[in-house]
Design a protein around this ligand. Structure first.
Ligand SMILES: [Zn+2]
Length: 170
């Protein structure tokens, strides 16, 4: 897929950062899987630190970073790193492709991994509510039946990470 939109993160991916990224990816196993050997988020997903130096910078989902490195950008700003591993290993960072929110959801339904309260579409709706500023975070949390801290995470710009972590094992 041709990259037509350049994620600003790509500009931070210099030679040193790329070498560091690949040093955390295992060689392929019999299934062709390549696993993340670096640090994990609290949700159990691979994460990659990018920034000048601690604490300036942030963690990015390793699966998304893999696609950004592979394609030098995302096809569109709202594309997600969809994970479909034949071994269903969530630490596999090789079996990923760009997909829409809809495709991501369809994969999850098919794989029967639809266990979390918020769907990617709901997260997008919440982002829209936050932008409109008509409802308070408390009201949004009540409407979606989640804790207010979750709305806070989304408000802090961690929406994409949350979207990814909503896929427990796919
Ligand atoms: Zn795999």
């Amino acid at each position: 897929m041709t990259a037509i939109w350049f994620d600003p993160v790509v500009e931070q991916l210099d030679e040193k950062a790329r070498r560091r990224f690949w040093s955390k990816v295992s060689p392929p196993d019999a299934n062709g899987c390549r696993f993340w050997t670096g640090s994990l988020s609290t949700g159990g997903y691979g994460q990659f630190w990018l920034g000048p130096r601690w604490p300036v910078g942030q963690f990015y989902p390793a699966h998304r970073m893999m696609l950004l490195i592979a394609t030098e950008g995302a096809p569109a700003p709202d594309m997600l790193a969809c994970h479909r591993c034949p071994a269903r290993r969530r630490d596999c960072v090789w079996h990923v492709r760009w997909g829409t929110v809809r495709e991501n959801r369809r994969d999850r339904l098919r794989d029967g991994t639809y266990g979390w309260k918020l769907t990617p579409e709901q997260v997008c709706e919440i982002v829209a509510h936050l932008c409109e500023r008509k409802l308070s975070r408390k009201e949004i949390a009540a409407r979606y039946g989640v804790h207010r801290s979750r709305i806070g995470h989304i408000a802090q710009g961690r929406a994409w990470g949350i979207l990814f972590e909503d896929r427990p094992d796919a």
